[in-house]
Write a protein that binds this ligand. Structure first.
Ligand code: ZN
Length: 233
């Protein structure tokens, strides 16, 4: 009784997200444009207000729209990237790069905290995730999930719920765009080795080394994505 309506709602808001993404991709909605009113969108898509609001929530999380207090919802402006000589960067790619910029600051901090606070059971869970990952490197979807599993256990090892929530939020965006990200990265072995380096440092409770290992990991990811996106891949 409970499951069917839930999955129906899920499909409805996902369809709204898809349609709005299409309108942005086609240029029918341009960066900086206001979205049509809720009433108008409810009529156009034939959906309820709650489905529409859920769609807005997801679009904000994906960095596609933004709410401005007292003004309404707008299509977000993609950020400029320096060496992009050609057409403007896609909004979704801009969101991916902004996320990775934030992770360059956050991830070393999380790794450092984990090194100081990880318990023996955290260490066991980290090792288990790394070992399990070895068999799941072929598909982007699997790499995304394995990456998430590692970074979530890492965040949990800080014993700070804020780091855990931030990590979940980051990976909501990553999992939603995993095809784009993990195809550009195509780094089957590299990320696993980097995770191992982070684990070794945390095992030694060496916060400085853990921070450095996390920096190398996220810097490589950021640089690879930046290069791929700038080259218009
Ligand atoms: Zn990782």
């Amino acid at each position: 009784m409970t499951e069917a309506p839930v999955s129906k709602t899920t499909r409805i808001y996902e369809k709204v997200v898809e349609k709005l993404k299409e309108e942005i991709a086609d240029g029918r909605l341009l960066p900086g444009d206001p979205l049509p009113s809720e009433r108008q969108l409810m009529e156009t898509f034939g959906v309820s207000r709650s489905s529409l609001r859920e769609a807005f929530r997801v679009m904000e999380l994906l960095g596609l729209i933004e709410s401005i207090a007292g003004k309404g919802r707008f299509v977000r402006q993609p950020r400029e990237i320096v060496d992009d000589q050609k057409k403007g960067i896609q909004l979704e790619d801009s969101a991916i790069l902004e996320l990775m910029e934030a992770r360059r600051i956050l991830d070393p901090a999380i790794a450092g905290e984990s090194a100081m606070r990880a318990t023996p059971s955290d260490l066991m869970r980290l090792l288990r995730v790394i070992t399990a990952t070895e068999d799941h490197l072929a598909l982007p979807r699997d790499r995304a999930q394995a990456d998430f599993d590692f970074h979530l256990v890492l965040a949990e090892a800080t014993h700070n719920f804020v780091f855990v929530n931030i990590t979940r939020m980051n990976f909501d965006l990553i999992l939603a765009t995993h095809d784009r990200i993990y195809n550009l990265l195509d780094d089957k072995g590299a990320f696993l080795n980097e995770h191992r380096e982070m684990y070794d440092a945390i095992l030694d409770h060496d916060a400085e080394r853990a921070r450095e290992a996390a920096s190398r990991h996220i810097d490589r990811i950021y640089r690879t994505l930046h290069k791929g996106i700038a080259a218009g891949e």
